[in-house]
Structure formats: structure tokens, C-alpha cells
Design a protein around this ligand. Structure first.
Ligand SMILES: [Ca+2]
Ligand SMILES: [Ca+2]
Length: 253
């Protein structure tokens, strides 16, 4: 009985020892696996740290770029503000000048309206000139001299309006012969260059054409001085300067 018990105990011990050995082997395997996992995790942590550094460097680059953009934006805003200030200043100056111009224009208009067209006795006004019709018949040179002695010139036409006005006055101030060649001296001649009629005071070429058809014709003898025909519509004719005609002087107010 004791032997059987002893054997049983021995068998039990052997079994326990075997079980323990098997258990130890299994634990070593698990521990190795854990170490492998830990290594793997270390490797991943290292990778993550590298990635973090990479991200950090990218963030630093982006931050630098943002700073550059912020500086550029600030510079743009400052420039923009200066432009706005400059524009405001120019607008104010423009408004001041505009008011001055308007005031000046109003003054000029008032002066024009209020200023009477004043001419000496015997002279009649038109636009900014005064005119006088001299009924005495003299040659063209005497007529020019008389006008000059009175701070005037033989009449010169700026345009057809002036001519028509002067003609109407000439007709109303004097009884004219019914002769078709009746007329008065005008301040235009071709004394310097035959055929080239110029205004006598400025020596500029006559700038519009109102010659009677076929004129200037230089007929009879040399015809170097211009007359205005009163029994027509004020057309021009060239005449010998020595002929004697009434004349009209013009001077600025
Ligand atoms: Ca001539
Ligand atoms: Ca002629």
C-alpha cells in the first residue's frame, strides 16, 4: 500500500514537473513575441518622430511664407492708404479750383453782361470793336493813315457775320450811288505780292473768300487795294489804291 502511495506521489511529482517545464517553454515564446511587438512599436515611434520633424519643418516654411505674405499685405495696405490720402487731397484741390473757376466764370459773365459796349461818339460797336464810316472820299493810303491816326485800322473782317453787320451799318449811314461799283475801302491789299491779298494790319493772308465773281481782276491799271461793294451783298473787288472812296475804320474797345 505504501509502495503504491509512493509511486503515486512520484508520478504526481513527475507530472507536476513536466507541466511546469511545458509552462516555462510557453512563457518564453510569449515573452519573445512581446519583445518583438515592443521593437515594432519603437520603430513606429521613430517613424512618427521623423514624420513629426518633417511636418514641423513644413509648418516652419509655411509660417515663413505667411509672414512674407503678411508683410506684403501690410505694405499694400500702407500704399493703398497713401493713395487714398493723395486722392482725397487732389479731390479737395480740384473742388477748390473748380469753385474758383466757377466764381471767375460768373464774374466774367457778369462783367460781360454789365459792361456796356462803349465806343466814342460817332463810332458804332460790334462784338469787341468800334467802327466809324468816313464819308469823305480819299485814296486807300490816306484812308489807312486817317485810321492809324485815330488808333484804328481799315476794317478787316474776321468772318461773314462781321462783314454783314458792317455792310448794314454802311448802308444805313450814307446814301450811296446806285453804281454797281460803289463801295468803301477795306484793310486788305496785295501790295507786297501781286495776287496775294493780305490783311493790312497783320500781313496775314485773307482767310476767307468773298470776291465778286471774276475778281480780283487787276483791270485798267494796277489794282492792289480791296473794296467792299455796297450795292451787291458786300462782295469784294480789287481797285487801284489811288481811287477815292469812303472808308471804314475799326478799333478794339
Ligand atoms: Ca493787285
Ligand atoms: Ca477789280
Amino acid at each position: 500500500m505504501e509502495i503504491k502511495l509512493t509511486l503515486a506521489v512520484v508520478f504526481l511529482c513527475i507530472s507536476m514537473i513536466s507541466a511546469t517545464a511545458v509552462s516555462n517553454i510557453s512563457s518564453e515564446v510569449n515573452l519573445q513575441s512581446v519583445w518583438n511587438h515592443i521593437d515594432n512599436i519603437d520603430s513606429q515611434i521613430s517613424n512618427l518622430q521623423d514624420f513629426d520633424k518633417y511636418i514641423g519643418s513644413k509648418l516652419a516654411m509655411n509660417k515663413n511664407g505667411i509672414n512674407i505674405l503678411n508683410n506684403a499685405l501690410q505694405h499694400f495696405q500702407e500704399t493703398s492708404n497713401k493713395c487714398i490720402e493723395k486722392t482725397d487731397s487732389l479731390t479737395q484741390k480740384y473742388e477748390i479750383l473748380l469753385k474758383k473757376y466757377e466764381a471767375l466764370a460768373a464774374k466774367t459773365l457778369t462783367a460781360k453782361i454789365s459792361k456796356p459796349k462803349h465806343c466814342q461818339s460817332g463810332w458804332f460797336p460790334y462784338m469787341n470793336s468800334c467802327y466809324i464810316l468816313m464819308k469823305e472820299e480819299v485814296d486807300w493810303f490816306q484812308a489807312r493813315k486817317w485810321c492809324r491816326n485815330n488808333q484804328a485800322k481799315l476794317v478787316e473782317y474776321r468772318d461773314m457775320d462781321e462783314l454783314n453787320f458792317v455792310l448794314s451799318k454802311a448802308k444805313s449811314y450814307r446814301n450811296w450811288d446806285t453804281d454797281r461799283w460803289a463801295g468803301f475801302w477795306v484793310g486788305a491789299d496785295d501790295l507786297q505780292s501781286e495776287g496775294v491779298f493780305k490783311w493790312s494790319s497783320s500781313h496775314t493772308q485773307v482767310h476767307f473768300n468773298y470776291w465778286l465773281p471774276t475778281q480780283p481782276d487787276r483791270l485798267a491799271w494796277e489794282e492792289d487795294c480791296m473794296q467792299t461793294l455796297v450795292n451787291k451783298k458786300g462782295e469784294w473787288n480789287d481797285l487801284p489804291c489811288e481811287m477815292k472812296l469812303p472808308f471804314i475804320c475799326e478799333k478794339y474797345m
